[in-house]
Design a protein around this ligand. Structure first.
Ligand code: PMP
Length: 456
């Protein structure tokens, strides 16, 4: 029997059913076959938990879509949004607004190197759109190089740059987009046996791709600092520094997409900090204000900002730097600093989550590999540890996904809401997670992995 959430003393299944019925009648959901989904009606959320109308509570190991880095309903951020709404709910972008100026200052102070100018967007995908456009305008070159096993957003250009199967249906032929293979030792097809070999082959492969595409035709290389949606593959030491060097040598703009990895997720303010690498452009969203109000942006280096010092930047958004979203960002960043949220993600990841997941891997044959850092982990689930055959086939749908569906159902029965993508579960709880919550989540994963073991 799960503990009852104190915020919901009287479960209300009737309202839950009505909410669900209206959703099913009128809401068109992302990435879904509309008649094959059954969304949970959620009544409330606080901290690391949310609950339904039947009084069932779940520990959220997904942080929504990896964005509630400070958990749900942080009182200081809620109060800041309310205060801003009372003062100035909205205003057009071409003005200096207190909340916007302060958010830009706080972000620029934390981004690495000289990424000191902030262009605000509504979310991650449009941040990627604008980063790519800035790179093309800055260099006067057409092509963008991006990695297979990547996710950069659901708008037209961002989805074309994306290197996972969600691109396929919307791919316009990706004029100007060329994809390459970034390092991923566990599933490398390049016969690398060590991280050093995988790093060397990945840099060599990138160099060769550039040579055959024509260096003078390439505006940007875009990478997620640690690819998230595609499997949380922490790059080997030296890879990102190597890409930085390649970009410098060929006059290519280096874009790091930190929409998912940024703002504390990796136990540092930005994942780039882990590798000591400074890109020319860095995209962010999600954790910037834990998604309390939609916000994203591009942090811009001095060199690229200079391109648009006397020449207009031909792009913009009605809600760029929306006051409510920026007030939420100011409050979120201040909470993260005051409450040591980044340090908590680093410490708990190193002391509890990482060792806990490795312990699960040692006991469950369905776990092929554990990888990650901070509050950013993946378990690569397999049918066979020797062959590394994934627990469900790549890009499987329908019946073929049954083992992962059974794993997820078991996790939920044990009070844990898991992140599932293909044959992986990602362990991406809020960066404010407590040690007690971490242990509760690991115990639920233990039970769910026993179900997954049944398919090995
Ligand atoms: N880039 C990365 C690395 C992401 O993880 C995501 C979202 N998962 C996006 C871009 C797109 O962000 P949004 O959904 O806010 O448009």
């Amino acid at each position: 029997q799960l503990p009852q959430p104190p915020q919901l003393p009287h479960p209300d299944p009737g309202t839950g059913a009505a909410v669900k019925a209206a959703d099913r009648a009128h809401v068109f959901h992302s990435w879904s076959a509309q008649e094959l989904i059954d969304p949970l009606a959620v009544a409330g959320a606080e901290g690391s938990y949310f609950w339904d109308y039947d009084g069932r509570r779940y520990l959220d190991f997904t942080s929504g879509l990896v964005f509630t880095n400070i958990g749900y309903q942080h009182p200081k951020v809620v109060a800041a949004i309310q205060e801003q709404a009372g003062r100035m709910t909205t205003f057009a972008p071409a003005f200096a607004i207190e909340a916007r100026s302060e958010a830009a200052r706080l972000i620029a102070e934390r981004t690495p190197g000289d990424l000191d100018k902030i262009f605000f967007t509504n979310a991650g995908a449009d941040a990627v759109e604008h980063a790519v456009r800035m790179a093309r305008l800055h260099t006067g070159r057409p092509k963008i190089l991006s990695a297979y096993r990547s996710y950069h957003g659901g708008t037209q250009q961002a989805v074309n740059i994306t290197g996972d199967p969600r691109r396929w249906a919307s791919d316009s032929g990706s004029a100007g987009v060329v994809r390459f293979w970034a390092p991923f030792l566990y599933r490398s097809r390049f016969y690398a046996e060590t991280e050093e070999q995988e790093c060397a082959r990945a840099l060599e492969h990138l160099e060769t791709t550039i040579a055959f595409e024509g260096p003078d035709t390439i505006a940007a290389i875009i990478l997620e600092t640690i690819p998230g949606t595609a499997g949380i593959m922490v790059p080997p030491p030296g890879y990102l520094a190597g890409v930085r060097e390649i970009c410098d040598r060929h006059g290519i703009v280096f874009v790091l997409d930190e929409v998912m990895a940024g703002f504390g997720r990796t136990g540092t303010w930005f994942a780039a900090d882990l590798f000591g690498v400074v890109p020319d452009l860095m995209t962010f969203a999600k954790g910037v204000n834990s998604g309390y109000v939609p916000l994203g942006g591009v942090a811009i280096s001095e060199r690229i900002a200079a391109t648009f010092a006397r020449r207009p930047y031909p792009g913009g958004l009605t809600y760029s730097g929306h006051p409510l979203a920026c007030a939420a960002a100011v409050a979120t960043i201040n909470v993260m600093a005051e409450e040591g949220v980044v340090e908590n993600a680093a410490g708990l990841g190193a002391r509890v989550i990482g060792p806990g997941l490795r312990d699960l891997a040692a006991r469950h044959p369905s776990v092929g590999e554990v990888r990650g850092v901070g509050m950013f982990w993946a378990l690569d689930l397999v049918r066979n540890r020797e062959t590394r055959e994934p627990l469900v086939p790549y890009n499987a749908s329908g019946e073929a996904t049954a083992p992962m569906a059974a794993f997820a159902a078991a996790a939920k029965e044990n009070g844990l809401w898991p992140f599932v993508n293909m044959n992986r579960t990602h362990v991406v709880p809020p960066c404010t997670l407590t040690e007690e919550e971490a242990k509760e989540g690991l115990a639920a994963l233990d039970a769910a992995l026993t179900v997954a073991d049944g398919y090995t």
